[in-house]
Design a protein around this ligand. Structure first.
Ligand code: CO8
Length: 258
């Protein structure tokens, strides 16, 4: 796998692991890191042996936000002409399931990066927030939209307007994270979840992801219609034949990811 400067790219079985690695800056998301994550995502998406993508940081910080020192000198024209931060959309557009394993700070762009992933697993040390307002800006990687969809208007509004953080317990209660685990177990637990997913049929997991995500983009009637059409199409996969045969024959399925 490719070597990068600001991230580590590894794999365990069918899981690709992206570890943010700018420890001195608490994994602040600068342009280089953004480019490297996007390129790692492309590499994992194109690797037929990979069935899920895990994104994680360090014990102290998943990521303490976009890199404030890099942003400070920028003008409106700089950020507008570059469409600053738009490259992160590539992670949201990943077709394979993505899991964020978050310990420590996930603030600003860090919280947004975690929310770009499909499943968010938090260590009991995790802290989430959108503190951009304290810097005189607003979230720029989808925070105002994805946090609101995840936790509802009242809490999202409070977090975006006051900049206060929420701990892992509050984040779980609010529906932002799927579960909390002890910090020492975070990587193992997240890897186990990622491995479980990666061992399912890849095309069917991709279809399930697409169907759930559609619920954020459309009406209930259209969403249910979309789901039904995709459900029908699972019957065109070899893995549906194998999955159902395995059940009837009382054995474990061996998916071919086709
Ligand atoms: N950017 C750059 N450097 C950072 C960042 C950051 N976001 N966060 C931490 N660092 C650096 C610190 O500057 C420090 O470096 P140095 O040792 O060289 O001084 C090092 O990391 C360690 O940080 P601290 O000494 O501050 O560590 P503490 O444990 O005391 O505090 C905190 C940890 C509370 C996380 C603190 O570092 C902090 O508040 N960080 C900033 C959090 C923040 O505001 N994040 C939001 C950033 S804005 C954003 O993400 C989206 C902006 C959208 C703009 C849209 C434009 C289009």
């Amino acid at each position: 796998m490719t070597d990068f400067d600001t991230i580590l790219l590894g794999r365990k079985g069918r899981v690709g692991i992206i570890t943010l690695n700018r420890p001195k800056a608490l994994n602040a998301l600068n342009s280089q890191l953004m480019r490297e994550v996007v390129s790692a995502v492309e590499e994992l998406e194109n690797d037929s042996e990979i069935g899920a993508i895990l994104v994680t940081g360090s014990d102290r910080a998943f990521a303490a936000g976009a890199d404030i020192k890099e942003m400070q000198p920028k003008s409106y024209m700089d950020v507008y002409l570059d469409d600053f931060f738009s490259a992160w959309d590539r992670l949201a557009a990943a077709r394979k399931p993505t899991i964020a394993a978050v310990a420590g700070y996930a603030l600003g762009g860090g919280c947004e990066l975690a929310m770009l992933c499909d499943i968010l697993i938090a260590a009991d040390t995790a802290k989430f927030g959108q503190p951009e307002i304290k810097l005189g800006v607003i979230p720029g990687i989808g925070g105002s939209q994805r946090l609101t969809r995840a936790v509802g208007k009242a809490k999202a509004m409070e977090l975006c307007l006051t900049g206060r953080n929420m701990d892992a317990e509050e984040a779980e209660r609010a529906g932002l994270v799927s579960r909390i685990v002890p910090a020492a177990d975070l990587l193992d637990e997240a890897l186990q979840t990622a491995t479980t997913i990666a061992e399912m049929s890849l095309p069917v997991a991709m279809m399930a992801k697409e169907a759930v995500n559609r619920s954020f983009e459309t009406t209930l009637t259209e969403g249910v219609r979309f789901e039904r059409r995709v459900f029908h199409s699972t019957f065109a996969t070899e893995d549906q034949k194998e999955g159902m045969a395995a059940f009837v024959e009382k054995r474990s399925p061996v998916f071919k990811h086709r």
